[in-house]
Design a protein. Structure first.
Length: 212
């Protein structure tokens, strides 16, 4: 009897491996750079108001005119050291001897026709201004002399001032200078006499600034 042999063909399962993709995920690493533009402080201004008493010697009359107290309103550029200021002075009484003999008085007003301008460098001030000098109420032996109310210098006087080193703009300090007093005009019959006696170089001025 021939045996019946069943086929034994094995069933082979596929063994193809399943490979998962391993592509790495790369995060962007672009650095965030903050802007480094330097901050430059603006050109700031320091505003200061001073009281300004002082005096000026009028050489031709050998007489000292008290000044003020007035005010000086200044604005300083902290970076450049430049400043501009507005000066205001009241009228003052000048006492002198006419021709060296006759007691006389006059009202004198220093009226700026421009701002005071200058610099503060290395702790020292240099300043300049143009001043119209006005004269009125001239009296000799107390008696009024007919002088026009328009009596003044024919052109403004150039007044230059300077301080010693160590000037503190937040406190103030002393400024001194010399100037020439121009000839006078519009003073009536006394114009030549007033110019002849008062005008000329070598006049000195001193002011003391004190912060308000």
């Amino acid at each position: 009897t021939t045996p019946t042999t069943e086929p034994t063909t094995p069933t082979t399962q596929p063994t193809t491996p399943t490979t998962q993709p391993t592509t790495p995920t790369t995060q962007p690493t672009t650095p965030t750079t903050q802007p480094t533009t330097p901050t430059t402080p603006p050109s700031g201004g320091i505003s200061v108001t001073y009281t300004i008493p002082g005096k000026t010697l009028i050489k031709g009359l050998n007489a000292t005119l008290p000044l003020g107290p007035g005010t000086l309103k200044a604005k300083l550029d902290a970076q450049s050291g430049k400043f501009d200021a507005q000066l205001s002075l009241p009228k003052s009484k000048l006492s002198f001897r006419l021709l060296g003999l006759l007691p006389a008085t006059a009202d004198v007003r220093l009226d700026p026709v421009s701002d005071v301008s200058g610099t503060l460098q290395s702790g020292a001030v240099k300043a300049s201004s143009k001043i119209d000098v006005q004269l009125s109420d001239l009296r000799i032996f107390g008696l009024p002399v007919p002088v026009s109310h328009a009596c003044h210098t024919a052109k403004p006087a150039q007044v230059d001032l300077a301080s010693a080193p160590g000037f503190d703009p937040l406190k103030g300090g002393k400024l001194t200078g010399k100037y020439t007093l121009p000839s006078f005009a519009d003073c009536g019959l006394f114009t030549p006499l007033i110019s002849g006696l008062a005008s000329g170089p070598g006049n000195t001025i001193e002011v003391n600034l004190a912060r308000k």
